[in-house]
Design a protein around this ligand. Structure first.
Ligand code: G3H
Ligand code: 13P
Ligand code: ZN
Length: 316
């Protein structure tokens, strides 16, 4: 099966109460860990590439890796998404490079401007059978290439349910990332995790059947946090979205769940462990290999949290 866009995946995810995992990829080992899990669990897959990932690995390398993934897994519907495209030009470039989905993140712009940029991307993408995700409200956390709001401001930047109908109608967008209290990275909450399920509910009542996206969905798994801290790392206050909350959102209108931090932490934890236990190790296969294996097991588990394990066939 060639790369697909996310239309059918989202239709089935919405109808059957699950979410498709959208995993960020930056290199071969991360991608292999993900696809090995997906192939065993027979789940649909969205691979996504940020601007930073593209700059790090070069698009030609990432696309070549992803092409192999697609070729070797003909029974798995696989979409490839630009994560957090910042301008029309960036989105156009990714559409031209064969991505089947692009996100235009103009959520830091005034509402009317966000609509106008999104509409322009939609017109270009739809003419090429590519779907578009946009964002309403602003997420927290600041990654290498993605700027969010500070944690103290998160609640002030939630998606406004009163804006969604106008936004979707005027822009023609296919899915909407809605800020509901999550943030990117490993430090999502200072005290207690809190997600605005009421905002998801309200938006889904205004837009029945319309797929929503949850960014910043990593759970910061205890296993990896503990390993990192045990073997010389320093992230004692890391906190993610509890898995029960991710599952609950996936049963609602959230059809795509973005995960990057949990992949980074799995890889880092295992590399740290190998270096600490075998200080003489200098063969990259001996520390990247365990990292890749940890990613595979983590993603397998995650597919059950999202409810999309075993759903590849119905999404194809
Ligand atoms: O949305 C943020 C993703 O985790 C990508 O982060 O820009 O550092 O690749 P990045
Ligand atoms: P995490 O940092 O929680 O993994 O979120 C990733 C994300 O939203 C990518 O767009
Ligand atoms: Zn994101």
């Amino acid at each position: 099966m060639a790369l697909v866009n996310t239309k059918k995946m989202f239709e089935m995810a919405y109808k059957n109460g699950y979410a498709v995992g959208a995993f960020n990829v930056n290199n071969m080992e991360i991608t292999q860990g993900i696809i090995e899990a997906i192939a065993e669990e027979k789940a649909p897959l969205i691979l996504q590439v940020s601007r930073g990932a593209r700059e790090y690995a070069k698009n030609s390398y990432l696309k070549a890796i992803i092409n192999v993934v697609v070729e070797e897994n003909p029974d798995i519907p696989i979409a490839i998404n630009l994560d957090h495209g910042d301008t029309f030009e960036t989105c156009k470039q990714f559409v031209d490079d064969g991505f089947t989905s692009v996100m235009i993140d103009a959520s830091n712009k005034p509402f009317e401007e966000n609509i106008a940029i999104t509409k322009k991307v939609v017109e270009y993408a739809h003419a090429r059978d590519v779907v578009v995700e946009a964002e309403l409200g602003q997420l927290g956390g600041i990654e290498e290439d993605v700027v969010g709001v500070s944690e103290d401001d998160i609640s002030k930047h939630m998606a406004d349910p009163n804006q969604v109908e106008e936004f979707v109608e005027k822009s023609g967008v296919d899915s909407l990332a809605v800020a509901i209290g999550t943030s990117h990275g490993a430090f999502k909450f200072k005290k207690e995790p809190k997600l605005a399920f009421d905002v998801i509910q309200e938006i889904s009542e205004k837009l029945p059947g319309f797929p929503l996206v949850m960014h910043g969905s990593s759970s910061v798994l205890k296993e990896f946090k503990d390993l990192i801290n045990k073997y010389g790392g320093d992230m004692p206050n890391a906190m993610g979205v509890p898995e029960e909350a991710v599952s609950k959102a996936a049963k609602m209108a959230i059809c795509k769940v973005n995960i990057d931090t949990d992949l980074r932490m799995a890889l880092t934890a295992k590399i740290r462990q190998v270096f600490a236990e075998k200080p003489g190790e200098f063969d990259p296969r001996k520390y990247l290999g365990p990292g890749r294996a940890a990613i595979k097991e983590m993603v397998k588990h995650k597919l059950h949290v999202l409810g999309c394990a075993g759903k590849a066939a119905e999404c194809a």
